[in-house]
Design a protein around this ligand. Structure first.
Ligand code: ATP
Length: 436
């Protein structure tokens, strides 16, 4: 569409610098308003930042308009940029014309924290998530996610992996158990995928050799922790012709380096890139380490969240590293499809990756021999008739393979030191929350 010559193009706040004495047009939210005698001050915020704008009584019509503006209303203003030492950034806009694009009602939560006000309750913030997200530091979370995922995709696509998507509605519950949401699927029951596990393995049976995926994961677990949601975004990858889970760990650490590099380049110059190899230890070694500092252990082959946290702290102290791979989780605590070493059936060829004391990944070599796979499922008391379709993926030839499921929300929670994975999630879902 052609624009007539007298319609001035919009300038983003971040591009205003250096335009002293030029006329500009800015659109954004009214973040603050201050009256000082014959001058009214506005702080206007767009996606790139904030700028101070002023109007004096001389411009009577605009002056009166500004006086009526409510906080967080959306305006379109035109004016001249003037040097102003006291203004943030050293300049301000002298408003000549103003159009109100949207009038904001009184705010249910403050957008930019008022000095006197205490912390707003998190549940209330999430009720009004679109206002909560107007804070500039919230936008940063999603810029970090965008960059992190760009690095994730770059690593895998540069290394011969193909991206696939798998269905979220399934005819059987992916891993059995009670953590699955049922859906009415015409005249029968369907289930929401608890992970794309079976399908990324199907891709190995299809001979794709290397796949990665990004998609929604659903868990019907009544958890009220800072690290669990009922729906989250999962990153998954799976590769064939591996010797052990060590191949998976090498792929994951290389991917994470690429992902962190991208975040550093694009959003956080101060971010430290982790060095490879990440520290590695077996479950038994980790338990011994924890015992030495008096951290109690309930289970021999698995961690409590306290153990994860303490292990993260110890490894950081000893090596300076934020990441640690722990291998050989007990077979009692792992999925039936995790392969077990020939020599010791009590452990699995699996790992968890712990980042700053929190599990962010589970990975493993998978059992690709259908008879053993079925036997392992039976041992865990899983009704195997529902799994026949899955077992058949491995009946017509399937390379040895393995992979991992990663929670990007948890990575970002820790990377940015957020209180909960929900803070790293655009619109979180938990036991209580289905809106907005
Ligand atoms: P946890 O033991 O913490 O409940 P899990 O062992 O059930 O996690 P996996 O099934 O291995 O987790 O899922 C792979 C990854 O997905 C986890 O390492 C984690 O990063 C992420 N994840 C798992 N469950 C959730 C959840 N409920 N909310 C957010 N992220 C999750």
């Amino acid at each position: 569409m052609l624009k007539s010559k007298d319609i001035m193009l919009r300038t983003h706040v971040s591009d205003l610098k250096g335009k002293i004495s030029e006329q500009v047009r800015v659109e954004g939210f009214v973040q603050a308003r201050r009256d000082q005698g014959g001058i009214k001050f506005l702080v206007v915020r767009d996606v790139t930042g904030t700028v101070q704008a002023i109007v004096t009584r001389q411009n009577g019509e605009v002056f009166d308009e500004v006086a009526k503006l409510t906080l967080e209303s959306v305006i379109d203003l035109t004016g001249m940029i003037k040097e102003q030492k006291q203004a943030p950034g050293g300049f301000e806009i002298e408003i000549e014309a103003l159009k109100v694009l949207s009038v904001a009602e009184p705010l249910p939560i403050p957008v930019v924290e008022e000095k006197s006000g205490g912390e707003v309750d998190a549940a209330l913030r999430f009720d009004y998530r679109w206002l909560d997200l107007r804070k500039p530091e919230k936008l940063k979370i999603f810029k970090v996610w965008t960059a992190l995922e760009k690095g994730f995709r770059k690593y895998f696509s540069d290394n011969g992996y193909v991206q696939v998507y798998s269905p979220s509605i399934m005819g059987t519950a992916s891993e059995g158990g009670s953590e699955v949401f049922e859906v009415q699927y015409f005249d029968r029951k369907g289930y929401l995928a608890q992970s794309p596990q079976f399908y990324k393995q199907l891709a190995q049976s299809a001979g794709f050799e290397k796949v990665f995926m990004v998609g929604p994961v659903f868990r019907a677990e009544p958890s009220f922790t800072t690290r669990h949601m009922t729906e989250f975004t999962g990153w998954d990858f799976e590769l064939s012709y591996i010797d052990s889970h060590e191949d998976i760990m090498q792929a994951e650490e290389a991917m994470l380096v690429e992902a962190f590099k991208t975040v550093k380049e694009e959003v956080m110059p101060e971010l430290e890139i982790p060095t490879v190899p990440f520290p590695r230890m077996t479950m038994n070694e980790a338990k011994l380490k924890l015992k030495q500092v008096g951290v109690p252990s309930d289970k021999a082959g698995d961690f409590s969240s306290e153990e994860e946290r303490e292990l993260g702290r110890l490894v950081k102290e000893e090596t300076g590293h934020d990441f640690v791979f722990v291998t050989e989780y007990g077979s009692a605590y792992r999925a039936f499809y995790h392969m077990r070493p020939e020599a010791d059936q009590t452990v699995t060829k699996s790992y968890d990756l712990i980042y700053k004391g929190l599990e962010i990944t589970t990975g493993a070599q998978r059992e690709h021999r259908p008879a053993i796979l079925k036997q392992q499922a039976q041992e865990k008391g899983i009704p195997t008739d529902q799994l026949e379709s899955y077992f058949s993926f491995f009946r017509y030839g399937c390379p040895p393979h393995g992979g991992a499921g990663i929670g990007p929300g948890r990575i970002i929670m820790k990377l940015l030191d957020l209180e909960s994975v929900k803070e790293a999630t655009f619109l979180p879902r938990d036991v209580r929350r289905l809106t907005p």
